[in-house]
Design a protein around this ligand. Structure first.
Ligand code: ATP
Length: 249
């Protein structure tokens, strides 16, 4: 299974948000989409999710119908639904008018895997931003998608929950052979959990490949305009210590 982008282009009126992006996201691998604010990450993800008109092609090879799960950057919804009800909505394709006990148990399992089973009966409108972010990931995972598209899923999470969430996403991706694409700003987390990275600037793909090939001091200086020390951590992952912003070009 894979998702192949070729010449992908997204425009908003006269503004081009993504241009000429060619990229393959493969089953069983986490692909991290990184790049500065406004570089086109969300636009690319929305195009792949089928929510954004685009030029070029997005080809889903071996992906079952309805197999795409998308978690937007700002899920926002402050409904009166409980956490459990919100997660069950992720199963709407499988549900009729009645909710079988097995579905409730399955939703409970997803909540447990994210460490938020204790929130099941709480209205989502009363949760913290980070708790809500995990609930919306649970909703997406409950649908058991083959392609998982996550837009900054850890932006509201503390370091422990961010590590737990990314580890879970990586493990599910490997175990189920999912095609997973995660837009993320935290380069160290991306380097740790992604199999491959794609670096965007101004809507263009600047580099793609394994984290140690993409995250060099030269590419970080060029794309982010930041001076950074890049080294290999004792556990073998590439690690970035940013030190200062460089002058604009
Ligand atoms: N609905 C829209 N209408 C017009 N322009 C848009 C719209 N959405 C995004 N853009 C523009 O498209 C470009 C890419 O935006 P996008 O949200 O894809 O970037 P991003 O890399 O996800 O940014 P961030 O890291 O800040 O979330 C930006 O210049 C942005 O201003």
């Amino acid at each position: 299974m894979q998702v192949v982008l070729d010449g992908l282009e997204v425009r908003y009126g006269a503004r081009t948000a993504v241009t000429g992006v060619g990229l393959a996201a493969r089953g069983g691998e986490v692909l991290a989409l990184v790049g500065p604010n406004g570089s086109g990450k969300s636009s690319l993800l929305r195009a792949v999710a089928g929510l954004q008109r685009h030029g070029g092609s997005v080809v889903f090879e071996g992906v079952p119908r309805g197999g795409i799960g998308f978690m937007p950057q700002d899920s926002g919804a402050r409904t009166g639904l409980t956490v459990l009800e919100t997660v069950l909505l992720g199963r709407h394709r499988a549900l009729g008018w009645r909710v079988p006990a097995a579905e409730v148990a399955r939703a409970g399992d997803v909540l447990r895997s994210l460490g938020i089973a204790h929130l099941a009966a709480r209205p989502i409108g009363e949760l913290s931003g980070g708790q809500r972010q995990m609930v919306f990931l649970a909703q997406v995972l409950a649908a058991e998608p083959a392609v998982l598209l996550l837009d900054e899923p850890t932006s509201a999470l503390d370091i422990r929950h961010a590590l737990q969430l990314l580890a879970l996403v990586r493990d599910l991706t490997r175990a189920r052979g999912l095609v997973t694409v995660v837009a993320i700003h935290d380069l160290n987390a991306a380097a740790r959990f992604a199999d491959r990275m794609a670096l965007l600037r101004d809507g263009r793909l600047m580099a793609a490949g394994p984290p140690d090939a993409v995250l060099t001091e030269a590419t970080i200086a060029e794309v982010y305009r930041v001076a950074a020390h890049v080294h290999v951590a004792p556990d073998g992952h590439v690690a970035i210590s940013p030190s200062r912003a460089l002058a604009d070009r």
